[in-house]
Ligand binder design. Structure first.
Ligand code: ZN
Length: 353
């Protein structure tokens, strides 16, 4: 072919198919509008009352959130408080007072005092206190493995044996442990022209973990070691176990560890760009997947989630924070009713008790 192209270098057709643009339009000024004509079957309400298993409501007024929930068919929201200690207790009480049925809570791992010799027993006391206040789980965020340091100044590994009694205690209290370990793959790559989440990372340079001491696969391996080490503890791996770019990894994890659930929060962008694979994944693991959003509770946001899960609409914008996750659109997964009911509701009810 190359020889032919060289020989025909002046041919009109060859010139046409070889032409490339060299423009300096700023990326921030480029907002193409899709010309695709495609139906919009966005549901106003979900097919089944939905439980948002992953959200953060600390700063919000329960009454305002309830209005949104009523408007778009959300039965319950799980507030993963990002506060600890007395501030967390206050927030848990605020939402319980507003409605015990419509709100639930997950506590946030408190690293204050991590340098102390008695840190684990201190953490167990804190966990019991949060459980007494109605928390239905505890979340370990990505700071474990990326920034939390022990007394010696070393990064604390996710699978550090010293934390083991805490995971056993969670099992004893029947509290699921949520892990948000690592982050999207693009966050571990350089912020450059090849990064598919360049604009998002440009808006949030602190979300980049390129060059971190533990890389993504190392962090996930540490997490999976904890899951294997504590078979009696139930784990919820947030954000599709942080492997939505490669669902075969999530399948391996779910196959190997029956004590694991995943939530889909903040990953419609990933699921909806691989609708065939994602649909097969939902059908196979319908009992282990939780609906969650991780975005400000607004009707439009919830309806975009419903659109992605329920419809076969094509090529629409995924729900996202303002800086977006990448320049692509998604397709609906067209999930059947039995799967939707489990994902929206039944699986969460098992964990919330
Ligand atoms: Zn979150």
């Amino acid at each position: 072919m190359t020889g032919l192209l060289l020989a025909e270098a002046n041919d009109k057709f060859v010139a046409m198919v070889s032409a490339k643009a060299d423009v300096d339009l700023r990326l921030s000024d480029f907002h193409p509008r899709s010309e695709l004509v495609a139906p919009d079957r966005t549901p106003l309400r979900p097919r089944f009352p939905a439980i948002d298993y992953h959200n953060h409501l600390d700063s919000m007024q329960p009454e305002a959130v309830l209005r949104v929930m009523d408007e778009c068919g959300v039965e319950r929201v799980v507030n993963i408080t990002m506060q600890t200690g007395g501030a967390a207790v206050e927030i848990l009480r605020k939402f319980r007072a507003a409605s015990r049925d419509r709100f639930a809570a997950i506590a946030w791992m408190d690293w204050a005092g991590v340098e102390r010799a008695d840190f684990v027993s201190l953490s167990i006391d804190r966990l019991e206190r949060m459980a007494d206040e109605g928390a239905r789980g505890i979340k370990f965020w990505k700071d474990l493995g990326l920034s939390v340091r022990d007394a010696s100044g070393e990064l604390l590994r996710v699978d550090d044996e010293r934390l083991a009694p805490l995971f056993d205690k969670a099992a004893e209290l029947n509290l699921p442990v949520m892990f948000h370990t690592a982050d999207p793959s693009a966050f571990f790559r350089p912020i450059d022209a090849a990064n598919e989440r360049y604009e998002e990372l440009a808006a949030h340079p602190d979300w980049s973990f390129h060059g971190a001491q533990y890389g993504k696969s190392d962090l996930l391996a540490q997490r999976d070691r904890v899951i294997r080490r504590h078979p009696r503890t139930t784990f919820v791996c947030a954000h599709v176990a942080e492997s939505s770019e490669d669902l075969s990894l999530v399948e391996k994890l779910l196959d190997a560890a029956p004590n694991v659930y995943v939530d889909i929060s903040a990953r419609v962008s990933e699921l909806g760009r691989q609708p065939y694979t994602a649909r097969r994944f939902f059908l196979r693991f319908a009992d282990r997947i939780l609906f969650g959003t991780d975005l400000l509770p607004e009707p439009q946001m919830y309806r975009l989630y419903f659109r992605c899960l329920e419809t076969d609409d094509e090529y629409f914008e995924y729900p996202s924070h303002a800086s977006r996750q990448g320049r692509w659109n998604v397709c609906g997964l067209n999930l059947p009713d039995d799967v939707l009911e489990k994902v929206y509701r039944t699986n969460a009810l098992k964990l919330l008790g």
